[in-house]
Design a protein around this ligand. Structure first.
Ligand SMILES: Cc1cc2nc3c(=O)[nH]c(=O)nc-3n(C[C@H](O)[C@H](O)[C@H](O)COP(=O)(O)OP(=O)(O)OC[C@H]3O[C@@H](n4cnc5c(N)ncnc54)[C@H](O)[C@@H]3O)c2cc1C
Length: 383
């Protein structure tokens, strides 16, 4: 048994790491346990974008897009070494979204986040540009900007900062039990250590409900939807430092993103699954992504061109819609059960919004932490 911590965090993905950094900087005593290595689950299986989410505008998620665009600005400022603005080209297809709709979307995308250093969107004529890449049926399109990020590194940098500020970070350490006492939680790890903490935060990503049910042994009213997203990696399909936002017949979009100098990253898919464990791409998903390339690009690819794949599970808040329409926003479930020792469950979220999420977590918990520094600080200090 060790001394008393202020905050214990289950999960060393981007959300757990961001909260650990924010809380440590407020002078709090933080313990984070990660059952694998930090940043090695969902947070390194993403499309590796810090983005506003242009597509979410179609689902009227203006608040989420505005917050994400503002965060895009903040993250590029605090993590300049691992972020890079990148142009995204949308080839226009007459059968799909109208030019007016795309223009309206891009106008909002350019302006919803307020002042930005990231270039604004524009129209593009493919007679002059990308003729070598796109099929001749595409004559015009649009270009906008988003930001590429090293997702795993973003987690590791948050963890490194937390450690420097005194946080205890335990990798390869699974939380197997947690008991609520009047003034503190008693948390049992798989190495039999028992840690005491005033507050418990469940940032287990897609394992959130598994943790609530099997570790905390509580009933949850919140329902989550596990949706697998897969990427394929090929040798680079073109030399230009530009990404493509391809529109598919099912109205979904697929990104083609320059990846690690020599490769193209192509994703993603959306498949409902029952378990967060060991996600892997199916043949159908591979074919879906290959078809998307072959319907747009001059260069045609097949399964033999795939050099690698990875899949991750989105823990989305269930609102009983099609997977592509389910919100990418996050919610907190603060559970105090009449007597002290709060529990905060985190549902959903994006890489892009982790910093703001962490700040809001701290704001929510301030009433229980009278000694913590109240001032928000993470948008100002470089990682
Ligand atoms: C295919 C795909 C593409 C995406 N693309 C983007 C994108 O381009 N941009 C963007 O902003 N967002 C993107 N996202 C969303 C983003 O990746 C996730 O929202 C984010 O990574 C979730 O972070 P997390 O910390 O909640 O979860 P995770 O990264 O999964 O972290 C949770 C951690 O908890 C640990 N854990 C679970 N149970 C226990 C336990 N009992 N004890 C100890 N540790 C435990 C797990 O090992 C895991 O490491 C994408 C998601 C997917 C799936």
């Amino acid at each position: 048994m060790t001394g008393m911590y202020d905050i214990f965090i289950i999960g060393g993905g981007i959300n757990g790491a961001g909260i650990a950094r924010d809380a440590s900087g407020r002078g709090l005593k933080v313990y984070l346990a990660e059952k694998g290595k930090v940043g090695s689950a969902t947070s390194s299986w993403s499309s590796k974008l810090i983005h506003g989410g242009l597509r979410y505008l179609e689902n009227y998620e203006f608040k989420l897009v505005a917050e994400s665009l503002r965060e895009r600005e903040v993250i590029t400022r605090i993590a300049p070494n691992i972020t890079k603005p990148l142009p995204f080209v949308i080839p226009h297809s007459k059968r799909l979204r109208s030019k007016l709709l795309i223009r309206l979307g891009l106008f909002l995308y350019d302006n919803l986040g307020g002042k930005t250093k990231i270039p604004k969107s524009s129209k593009i004529n493919f007679n002059k540009k990308y003729k070598n890449i796109l099929q001749s049926k595409f004559v015009e399109g649009f270009q906008y900007y988003d930001v590429k990020v090293d997702d795993k590194k973003l987690v590791e940098m948050n963890i490194d900062d937390s450690k420097k500020m005194g946080a205890e970070i335990a990798e390869d350490t699974k939380v197997i039990d947690a008991k609520r006492n009047e003034n503190y939680w008693e948390i049992t790890l798989n190495n039999n250590d028992v840690i005491r903490s005033k507050i418990l935060i469940n940032a287990a990503g897609p394992w959130i409900n598994e943790t609530v049910n099997n570790v905390l042994k509580l009933n949850t009213k919140k329902s989550i939807r596990l949706v697998r997203g897969s990427h394929i990696i090929t040798k680079k399909l073109y030399d230009e430092e530009v990404a493509f936002t391809l529109q598919n017949d099912d109205n979904r979009i697929v990104f083609v993103i320059p990846y690690k100098e020599e490769f193209s990253l192509i994703g993603t898919t959306e498949v409902d699954v029952n378990t967060p464990d060991n996600p892997a791409i199916s043949d159908d998903e591979k074919i879906y992504l290959i078809n998307s390339i072959n319907n747009h690009f001059v260069k045609q690819i097949s399964q033999v061109d795939i050099v690698d794949t990875y899949s991750g599970i989105r823990p989305l808040i269930e609102d009983f819609k099609e997977a592509s329409k389910v919100s990418r926003d996050y919610i907190f479930d603060l559970n105090v059960q009449n007597i002290g020792s709060p529990l905060l469950n985190i549902y959903g979220g994006k890489l892009t919004t982790y910093r703001k999420l962490s700040e809001k977590v701290m704001e929510e918990l301030m009433p229980f932490l009278p000694d913590a520094k109240n001032k928000n600080w993470t948008s100002l200090k470089k990682l």
